[in-house]
Design a protein around this ligand. Sequence first.
Ligand code: EPU
Length: 429
Amino acid sequence: MDKFIIKGGTPLKGEVTISGAKNAVVAEIPAVILADEPCVLENVPDIADVSISLRILYEMGADVNKLGDGVYRIDATKIKDSIVPYELARHMRASYYFLGTLLGKFHRARVAMPGGCYLGDRPIDQHLKAFSALGADCSLDNGMVDINADMLIGSQIYFDKITVGGTINAILASVKATGLTIIENAAKEPHIVDLANFLNSMGADIMGAGTDVIKIRGVKHLKGTQYAIIPDQIEAGTYMVAAAATKGDVLIKNVIPKHLESITQKLAKIGVNVEEYDDSVRISVDGPLVKTSIKTMPHPGFPTDMQPQFSTLLCLAEGTSIVTEDIFNNRFRYVDELRRMGADISVEGRVAVIEGVGKFSGAPVTAPDLRAGAALVIAGLAASGVTEIDDIYHIERGYENIEQKLRSLGADIIKKSVPGSSVRKIEAG
Ligand code: EPU
């Protein structure tokens, strides 16, 4: 199992370029199945979740060709089967997007139930509710989600809870349904808008993505397209926090500043300087970092995917901060690891009380999941001494070339391969 070894204490300085968005691409790769012609995707990040998604398409019979850095031509027109077995689906929670896309294309889907609940309960009842509203029968047998519909008919779908995955699956399943589908209480994340733009560029008729009511008029055919994926706002936010935690000065390029608003506002409250440009942000620190309160919420609120990184930063701030996790019920598993580095955090249910300690000291730690792993990298960069982070495959699921990018900013980080690697666990994402 590979690990990162970080000698901390160096302020990050320089420029870093943000890659394509993980949570957009893991929906857009399966969405290619809906097209009746090949598609070209650009700005595809080189991360493990992309390799897994492409692998699933390939194993199902698609032609996948890499045309250049981050550019893939995918011809999924030969896929005839609507089954994604456990062996393929188990590596990535987002494999549930094959449910929506296969249902939308073939009116049937059989996909292994997503496993691994690392952030707490992650049911898919709202996904199934959307499929049922479109006329599909859903059942679970032998760990497989089985969905069948004689035909898909546009319908009204009201989500009881705002769900990113459910909204995306409802769009994928309804884009070729007969008539009008109206999704209410939809998620508004930038990757939902990106998916709608991608499908519209294939000839879909989706309106309102980015608001809480999305209207989809079904079309018979979707054509091929060439489409560049939006930059990853969580990767950008992670580098913003890393720059702040090390009291560095970093220009973060290829971002959409509007997508970063909630992150930018919190950083400013903590005492971090944020300068916004058209497609970049500059982060610097010239004064003390101070406490704040954070509550995670669906977009445009503060993203749960930035909660561990900010909690780490708040350990370095003066005063007592309160962080409330309102999306997932088990997203503080990194706290024990941070405590090993000197953090003073107490967790009661979904609320963490963080006493500013001003510094970390290096220690061996283990990444419990993707964003928690990123938080430990940030702690290691800010710490005195050496931090060794195990289980970095979690981090590599979602961050392209993190170690090279950090090294280019002056960080002392290396990846060490440890022989006798253990089996990868399924993970949320
Ligand atoms: N929920 C239900 N029923 C459902 C679906 C969701 O009760 O049918 C609940 C969940 O248990 C959770 C809340 O609704 O409490 C929100 O879940 P959501 O469906 O929005 O999350 P997700 O689609 O499973 C995606 C991202 C996560 C990100 C969340 C929230 C992908 C592949 N994953 O998950 O990303 O945290 O939205 O923004 O897009 C990550 O990138 O590290 C990551 C975990």
